[in-house]
Design a protein. Structure first.
Lengths: 325, 325
DNA sequence: TATTATATGTCAATCGTTTAACATATTTTC
DNA sequence: GAAAATATGTTAAACGATTGACATATAATA
């Protein structure tokens, strides 16, 4: 690969001058600009980002830490993060913690070793205190982390309330909240809080059941769901904390000959593509994933440029009515 | 962040000696090893990968180019690639071409600028001749590329045959093959070839219809499917070239009051999680995504180490019988 | 005792780019 | 005609790690 030196030689200029046109510093004539452009094209020159990063002590890479990639919510999130990052000239270093603390920590070390410009954390496995003394921006998405630079969440509580109101309006008499496996405090817990709050206000009994961590890890909730539903045969409404759980709940209902939505109404959370591929199609709370991703990248970019950024951004959610209520 | 120099000072040794223990070269005493380990721990030292990459002229990063991330097949593929890469000490630079040639090329430039150790191409948007003169391994997955170092595919033709045989065995009299939008020659086309071959042999009429590129890009095939099915109301069997198409075909059947599998039998391709979340659950051809990903990473690693690698690896597929046939 | 193996040090170059400091032109403006 | 602006060059250090060449010292072995 051609280096700056080669370009300088080809253009009949010095590296200093070439570097000046590349970085647009100091006085440069149109003539010099043209010569450099020609030489670059001729040699198919591309600046070595590694050398640049070494010198500037930071790369234009963003480390994105997620607990899963296969999970449709995270796939959607990663997709939107990549797109927003690309537009701003950042690259994505994909870090899959696989829901383990060890791997999350290992990946944070790797990100540090590679001098990433910042970190986006979508995972609960990251130890809370790991960022003290870290001098790069750390943005969390749907994750509470004290030392983070900024956090982006959706209005989880309101989402839970919306779900409860809808189910109660549909005349449900006994509700089930299918929560998350995480023991760590996280914003998604507010979905349950909001849900139960409304249930209590309206006097509708509501039971929360949380899956095992193993279910989350391999995305199969079937067995757990079957046990839960058999235990609560009198329930007539479900609020699932994710669409993937809701989709499997539909399958389990079918297995147990419970008709959705006649005998059982279901509301999901996320509104990923899957929600319109189930039968019946899933009524769910729409999480503005695209906007959350864009905001996260913007926050990171701003923070990296030493701008002042909002400590927390809460985005609204809304219900998408399909066929399960 | 602490540097090698700091570690050397802390350990009371020179950078040369410290570098020697880090890279395990030459003579080193146990005493020195311990001193270095202690100093590293005390300073929380992590070697600067950027500097290493600059010196060695290559990073341990792999560029993964996909046309989509949200697409369940690619999400699954990326997930498995990441896992295999992690085990071998590689990082993933995630490149989403968004099905455009421009962005694919741009990302290849970025990968080059960042001196990636190699490239994994899962996308058809990459110009065939771009790799001439590239000195890093390029592994393709389900993509024909003349200049690639190696390619990994599943037995697409056999998958198509399996699907045809199954549908004909189920007494289908007129079949539809829902192909791909890609105009570029790619291994997945063999799915149709195998399928049509059997249909012809068995004397069962079969029509191929290909979606618009737009459908592929936003993953919504509904409208197109509705037109197709209305045009071919006499068809009683469908082979879809991906599960995502098959899942939407199920939805469209429901909309048109066509019962699956009674009036219409459907076979998908890929066997991603989605396949067991549709109603009825999807009978599909299982593509060994995990194995393909692992082999691709191994090939890349071997090729990077100048080992001789297989030019093409074809993995078997099999049918997963669920409920749509 | 001489020789070899073991262990560490010194020094400096290299990877490719950036950048500060300073020198030296030519051109423009007051 | 002097001062200022414009344009480019020279030189060298810096980013952090690696590595080759060579020197030196101690320990083990013949």
């Amino acid at each position: 690969m051609a280096t700056l030196k080669d370009v300088a030689r080809e253009a009949g200029l010095t590296v200093t001058t070439v570097s000046r046109v590349l970085n647009n510093r100091g006085y440069i004539s149109e003539d010099a600009r043209k010569k450099v452009a020609d030489a670059m094209k001729k040699l198919n020159y591309r600046p070595n980002e590694v050398a640049r990063s070494l010198h500037s002590k930071k790369s234009n890479t963003i480390g994105v830490i997620v607990p899963h990639i296969r999970h449709p919510y995270f796939a959607e999130m990663i997709s939107n993060l990549e797109n927003a990052a690309y537009k701003k000239g950042y690259k994505i270093l994909l870090c899959n913690s696989q829901s383990t603390k060890e791997r999350a920590e290992e990946y944070i070390d790797i990100c540090n070793s590679n001098r990433v410009a910042g970190l986006i954390i979508c995972s609960t496995d990251v130890p809370v205190d790991i960022f003290s003394g870290m001098d790069i921006p750390v943005i969390t998405i749907e994750r509470a982390l004290d030392n983070a630079t900024a956090s982006v969440v959706c209005d989880n509580k309101s989402g839970g309330q919306l779900a409860a109101e809808r189910l109660i309006k549909a005349d449900c008499k006994k509700l089930l909240y299918l929560g998350s496996s995480s023991s760590v405090e996280m914003p998604a817990h507010q979905r349950g809080t909001g849900f139960k709050e409304i249930c209590e206000n309206e006097g509708v009994p509501c039971i929360e059941v949380d899956p095992e961590e193993a279910s989350y890890n391999n995305m199969t909730y079937n067995e757990w769901l079957e046990t839960v539903m058999k235990e609560h045969m009198d329930a007539d409404g479900i609020f699932a904390s994710s669409d993937i759980i809701a989709a499997q709940a539909i399958q389990v209902c079918r297995k147990l000959s419970i008709h959705v939505p006649e005998d059982m109404k279901i509301v999901g959370f996320d509104d990923v593509v899957l929600a319109s591929l189930t039968t019946p199609q899933l009524t769910t709370i729409h999480q503005p994933i695209k906007e959350m991703a864009e905001i996260a990248i913007n926050l990171l970019d701003d923070a990296a440029k030493e701008k002042l950024v909002a400590k927390q951004t809460i985005l609204p959610v809304f219900m998408v009515e399909r066929e399960t209520v």
